[in-house]
Every structure is written in structure tokens, then in C-alpha cells.
Design a protein around this ligand. Structure first.
Ligand code: AMP
Length: 539
């Protein structure tokens, strides 16, 4: 078993140096190139004063250089912190500040964001920028180094370094108090899952696996290291294919993909637009999804189109590393309302359903889902209070992660997901705390009150986010203005799609906003929208 995640790449570079490690639109790096470039990057980081355990931000799209950056940061003994270029600079600034990152590696058209971070958010020279674009952007500055420095650095003599507690990366997810929270993930957390998954799913060096999820999302960690542990090819999904079902279908065909892994949204999208021909993708052996429920009608569509492939539901939160349970659907369900289980624990993990008193819930009874085992994160970055609340000690003295999910064990001994017990939702695969949206709304002075609820959507986006608000003055703030204000703090996927002004928000007996009543009102409204849309499509 490797000690550090980058060891897989070095070992593969020795075994099969010319094999493709990562590719995007024909732009590929072999295992040897990836190993050398990442060593050069690590040396450059060290020469520029990066210390063991330093957090290094990565502000770049998912391009082969981003994979070099991940490995280079590891080899320098540092910790990567993905920064989504699509997020507003104020959100990125809060992540950089929280991670106490002194370095950001930048590439791929992010100069405006970098300027705004350095000048508009007070980082100034406290934040060094390294530009990894092979051609340095004209207006790039930032006191760091460039791609030329990296490739000019000898790829030898890397000191043996690792972060003290072997932290690999910090993944910031939506926080209910309005501030994103960082989940600490160690090299061993990832190695344990990947070793099990490569064996269980039988991934080998002939495989071509998809790299679909953004780097800020932990499914990307499996794409990258699942491929590298097996010596397989990581095919990064071109962003222009992302929400274009027909193009995505062509791309899977062209790259002769053997394994697909994504959130259900993408699978749904392709099913809705009937983008797959019967018997398409003859080389695709396995389709995996994780992150939310895949509606059974979409699964049936995929299973009927690809009778040669295997279909696996993975379940798990970031806090327990990539996935904690799995279920392979052996036979195509006949009933579109059939529930697909989240299955059984992955290797080295255990999942338990507890009742309100913390005792094991009887089989068939829905309770609170907890996870234990090798995937458990050490906790939230510099947040002992949050960590204490979510990572608890079980009756047998073992550490447990309280997922906030509800689940039950079925008569077949398999686990079934039964929704959330808090204000966390999934929309288009993104994990969103409604509290984070509400915190951004409460900073808007022209609102007296506001609340956000999520209602299940009949489309492919999971939950529809609906905002009810009471304006503080007249004329009432316009929806467009509200969106702009929210867009200063929140990424676009967190901005509600529906807004409605109220004279007063409904309250319950304790005087709190009655979210249940709001959810019901929005559900009726959205169902009506669907009926109207169908009618107008038919006429
Ligand atoms: P994330 O940390 O973004 O991976 O989100 C974790 C949450 O996504 C879990 O706590 C669940 O609520 C949900 N989730 C993950 N996988 C599944 C799945 N296969 N089925 C249903 N919900 C899921």
C-alpha cells in the first residue's frame, strides 16, 4: 500500500512510462511526463518558500495541468485547496483566508479573479500567485513563479516531505452559518477507499475512466486516483460537453470510455434528452453514480440502452471520503417507482442506523445514519466545535460520523436512503446548506425577512430553490437586483431559481418562519408550472 497518493503515479511512470495518464481533447500527458512535471512543480514550490503542510489554493479549470498541480502540491508535502473559478471572488477569499493559504496556483483564464482577490480583498502581497499557463497571460502578476520556471527546474532531488498529519486536501463545502466549512482529508483516507474500489470494480491499466466532477467535489479524487492506482487513463470531460447530452454521448463514444462516474444529474440529463442509442458505448463496462438519488426511470433508460454495462449506486458524504456504501443493480427494475438501495458498506467502513436514543434501530425502521471506519475525516478544518458536533463517539467507543441522512435497513439487509433531517439539499449534484443562502440574503439591507426552501423538481436538477422575501422598503427590490446581490457571495448553483415577495412570511406557533407552509405553497406553484409547460408544449 502506498504511503502517499503520488506514489501510484511514480510507480506507474517506472512500469509504463509512455502510457497515457491524463487527457483532455487530445491534449495528453503520459505517466512519465506527469511524474516529471509534478516533481518540477514541487521543487519550484519548495524553492519559493513553500513549507511542509502549507495549504496551496488551486484556481484553475479541470485541465491536465490541474492534475500536475495536485501531484506537485503533494510532492512538496503540502495540502491542496480547490478554488472553483466559477465562484465569486468574495467566496474564494473567505476560503483562502480560512485555509490560511499563502499560495495560489492559477491557470486557464482566471486573471480577473486573481486581480480582484489581490486588490479587492486585501490579500496584496500576502498571497503569492504562480501562473501555470504555458503561455503566461499578459496581465498576470502576483510575485510567484511561472510555467517557465517550473519546466526549467531539474526533476531530481526532491526532499522526502509530507504534511505532518498527512493531510492531502481541504474540501470546502457549503456551511449552514453562511461560511463554507473545510473538510480535512488525509492521504490514508483516500488510499483506503481507492484500494478497495480498484479491486472491487476491477479497474486495470486497460481502462479509460471519466473525470467529470469539479476538483472542489470529492468524486474527482476517485476519478484521479482510481485511474492512477490502476495505471489507467483519466479522460477529463471537456467543459463544452457538460450540459450537452448529444455531445457528451459523442465524447464517450470517441474516447472509448470504459468507466463513467458522476452525479446522477448528468445521467438524468442524457436520459431526458434520449441521447443514447441502444447498444451504444460498447466498451463502457461500468456506470457509477454518487451524490444523490438517481431516479429509477433514468436508471431503467440507461440499463435498457447499455445491456452490456454494470450499474452501481455509491453513497457517501465528503466527511467519510468519496463513498461509504455501494450497490450494483443486477437486473433492470421493471417498476419505475422501485427504490434503489444504497447497499452495503465499502471495504473498511461500517454504516449504522441509530434511533433517537442512539441505539441500533430495528430492521425496517428509519433512523439516523452514521458512518465509521477508514474513510472518516479527522474533522473540519480548525473548527473543533463543528467537528465535535458531527463526529461523535458510539456506544462501543468508536468514532462515528453523524451524516444527517435518514436511512433504514430493508428486509434484504441492504441500506435504503430516506432523505435528510436538516436544511442541507442537493441541487444539480451540488451540496447546499439553505442556511448559507439565507445568510447571504440577510446581508441585503433592502429585505426585512427572507427564507429559502427546496422543493423536489420533476426535472433533472434535484431540488428547486425557492426564495420568499419581505421587502424592507418601497419600491420593492426587484428579483434581478436580488440575484445580482446574491451573486456577489454565492456561486450560481446556490442562487434560487424562484423568488416571491410577501407582505409577511407565515409563522408557526413559536413565532418562527413556517418553512413547511412555504414549502407546500412553492410545491403547488411549481407543480402548476410543470402542468402549464406541458400544456404549452402540447399546443
Ligand atoms: P457530498 O458531501 O457532496 O458528497 O454530499 C453528501 C450527501 O449527499 C449525503 O449525506 C447524502 O445526503 C447525499 N448522497 C450521497 N450519495 C447519495 C446516494 N447515492 N443516494 C442518495 N443521496 C446521496
Amino acid at each position: 500500500m502506498p504511503q502517499r497518493l503520488q506514489d501510484w503515479v511514480t510507480a506507474r511512470a517506472e512500469l509504463r512510462p509512455d502510457a497515457t495518464a491524463v487527457a483532455l481533447n487530445g491534449n495528453a500527458l503520459t505517466y512519465e511526463e506527469l511524474d516529471i512535471l509534478s516533481t518540477q512543480l514541487a521543487r519550484t514550490l519548495i524553492e519559493h518558500g513553500c513549507r511542509s503542510g502549507d495549504r496551496v489554493g488551486m484556481l484553475m479549470p479541470k485541465i491536465p495541468l490541474a492534475i500536475v498541480a495536485v501531484l506537485g502540491i503533494y510532492k512538496a508535502g503540502c495540502v491542496y485547496v480547490p478554488l472553483d473559478p466559477a465562484s465569486p471572488p468574495s467566496r474564494l477569499a473567505s476560503i483562502i483566508r480560512s485555509a490560511k493559504a499563502r499560495w495560489v496556483l492559477a491557470a486557464g483564464g482566471v486573471t480577473d479573479t486573481v486581480h480582484e482577490l489581490r486588490d479587492g480583498h486585501g490579500f496584496g502581497d500576502g498571497l503569492s500567485i504562480a501562473w501555470l499557463d504555458p503561455v503566461r497571460p499578459v496581465d498576470a502578476d502576483g510575485g510567484g513563479f511561472t510555467y517557465r520556471d517550473v519546466v526549467g527546474c531539474p526533476a531530481i532531488g526532491l526532499p522526502e516531505r509530507r504534511a505532518g498529519d498527512a493531510t492531502a486536501h481541504l474540501l470546502f463545502t457549503s456551511g449552514s452559518t453562511g461560511v463554507p466549512k473545510g473538510v480535512v482529508i488525509t492521504h490514508q483516507n483516500v488510499i483506503a477507499f481507492v484500494e478497495w474500489a480498484v479491486r472491487h470494480f476491477d479497474i486495470d491499466s486497460t481502462d479509460r475512466v471519466s473525470g467529470h466532477s469539479p476538483l472542489a467535489f470529492d468524486l474527482s479524487v476517485f476519478d484521479i486516483f482510481g485511474a492512477f492506482a490502476a495505471g489507467a487513463e483519466l479522460q477529463l470531460v471537456p467543459p463544452e460537453c457538460n450540459l450537452m447530452p448529444a455531445r457528451l454521448s459523442e465524447w464517450i463514444e470517441r474516447t472509448r470510455l470504459t468507466q463513467w462516474f458522476s452525479v446522477p444529474t448528468v445521467l438524468n440529463y442524457m436520459a431526458k434528452f434520449d441521447a443514447i442509442e441502444r447498444g451504444a458505448f460498447p466498451e463502457l463496462r461500468r456506470v457509477l453514480w454518487c451524490g444523490e438519488v438517481l431516479p429509477t426511470p433514468s436508471l431503467i433508460y440507461w440499463m435498457q440502452r447499455l445491456p452490456h454495462a454494470r450499474f452501481t449506486n455509491l453513497y457517501g458524504p465528503t466527511e467519510a471520503t468519496i463513498a461509504s456504501s455501494h450497490h450494483t443493480v443486477v437486473e433492470c427494475p421493471l417498476d419505475p417507482t422501485a427504490e434503489i438501495p444504497i447497499g452495503r458498506p465499502c471495504g473498511g467502513e461500517d454504516l449504522v442506523v441509530l434511533d433517537d436514543d442512539g441505539r441500533l434501530a430495528p430492521r425496517g425502521t428509519t433512523g439516523h445514519l452514521h458512518i465509521k471506519g477508514v474513510g472518516l475525516s479527522p474533522g473540519y478544518w480548525q473548527s473543533p466545535e463543528l467537528t465535535r458536533k458531527a463526529f461523535v463517539t458510539g456506544a462501543d467507543g468508536e468514532r462515528l460520523y453523524k451524516t444527517g441522512d435518514r436511512a433504514r435497513v430493508g428486509p434484504d439487509g441492504l441500506l435504503y436512503f430516506a432523505g435528510r433531517e436538516d436544511m442541507q439539499v442537493k441541487s444539480r449534484g451540488y451540496r447546499i446548506e439553505l442556511g448559507e443562502i439565507e445568510a447571504a440574503l440577510s446581508a441585503i439591507r433592502r429585505l426585512r425577512e427572507s427564507a429559502v426552501v427546496a422543493v423536489p423538481s420533476s426535472g433533472f436538477e434535484g431540488a428547486t430553490l425557492c426564495c420568499s422575501f419581505v421587502p424592507a422598503d418601497k419600491p420593492a427590490i426587484a428579483t434581478a437586483e436580488l440575484r445580482t446581490e446574491l451573486g456577489r457571495w454565492l456561486p450560481s448553483y446556490m442562487i434560487p431559481s424562484h423568488f416571491r415577495a410577501y407582505a409577511e412570511l407565515p409563522k408557526n406557533a413559536t413565532g418562527k418562519i413556517d418553512r413547511k407552509a412555504l414549502r407546500e405553497a412553492w410545491t403547488v406553484e411549481i407543480e402548476q408550472e410543470v402542468v402549464d409547460a406541458r400544456k404549452s408544449a402540447a399546443s
